[in-house]
Design a protein around this ligand. Structure first.
Ligand SMILES: NC(=O)c1ccc[n+]([C@@H]2O[C@H](COP(=O)([O-])OP(=O)(O)OC[C@H]3O[C@@H](n4cnc5c(N)ncnc54)[C@H](OP(=O)(O)O)[C@@H]3O)[C@@H](O)[C@H]2O)c1
Length: 234
């Protein structure tokens, strides 16, 4: 049976790989990003800046009964301005929180409300990070936003036991986000060499590898490890 996915950040990296894999399997994907990289009969794109909360509040989860499952994947994310606290621009702090926690929270709220009486199985996947649990200098806002999405997910699971809710750290993945991280000046980011070395040593996963595991977990939910977990722990 066909499933309907709502996925943020479908224009690059993990979100693009996941959307393409799902479309190849015959599912329907509604994507959100500022750019669009997909052309497919079962793909519907919403050009939206998730930092623009007034626009996010207009997003509607259209449901009909042709689908076996409705799945929201909050995948879009921003590493933020990579600098120690004290050197950040105020508007970048607000922008990061809008993209990484406020917009996903609003989308989850609207998803749960607008699909409540659908009678269809419902699933939420938030793409979290190991940075939710480990401190990384110059990533304070990013670390805090990922810790917030983990906790938001845990509370939803208690409120809505009938909904499948996951907040999953994917590991280090070879995407535009990692490219941006490696390009930061060492004076702003003390750990930059660690990220440059990981890339040089070929230690990054591909987006396709991560997407494949996400698809497998969604098809075999008994393989998931509770609400908040890392792909490293599987
Ligand atoms: N790569 C890693 O090593 C890693 C590790 C742990 C967690 N993650 C998480 O994985 C998720 C996906 O990241 P990625 O690595 O695949 O990065 P990516 O290649 O940079 O992709 C990020 C996606 O988010 C979208 N996005 C960013 N800002 C947006 C905005 N203001 N409005 C709408 N969409 C926005 C981008 O679309 P547009 O630019 O077109 O808007 C893009 O499609 C993120 O939540 C990230 O925190 C990544």
């Amino acid at each position: 049976m066909i499933k309907k996915f709502f996925i943020t950040g479908t224009s690059s990296g993990i979100g693009l790989a996941l959307a393409q894999m799902l479309l190849d399997s015959g599912h329907v994907v509604v994507g959100i990003a500022r750019r669009n990289a997909i052309s497919h009969k079962n793909y519907h794109h919403n050009t939206l800046d998730l930092a623009d909360i007034e626009e996010v509040e207009k997003f509607t989860f259209k449901v009909n009964h042709d689908f076996e499952e409705l799945i929201l994947v909050n995948n879009a994310g921003w590493i933020g301005e990579v600098k120690p606290v004290g050197k950040l621009k105020d508007q970048n702090i607000a922008r990061l929180n809008n993209i990484n926690i406020t917009a996903p929270s609003i989308l989850m709220n609207r998803f749960l409300d607008q699909t409540e009486n659908s009678g269809i199985e419902r699933t939420i996947v938030n793409v979290s990070s190991g940075a939710a649990k480990s401190t990384i200098r110059s990533w304070a806002g990013y670390c805090a936003s990922k810790a917030a999405i983990d906790m938001f997910s845990r509370v939803i699971k208690e409120e809505h036991p009938d909904v499948n809710v996951y907040s999953i750290a994917p590991g280090v993945v070879d995407t535009e986000m990692q490219r941006d991280i490696r390009e930061v000046d060492a004076k702003d980011f003390a750990d930059v060499d660690r990220f440059r070395s990981m890339k040089a040593e070929g230690e990054l996963k591909s987006s396709e590898d991560v997407a494949r595991v996400f698809v497998d977990l969604l098809e075999n939910k008994e393989k998931t490890l509770g609400t908040v977990f890392s792909l490293r722990d599987l």
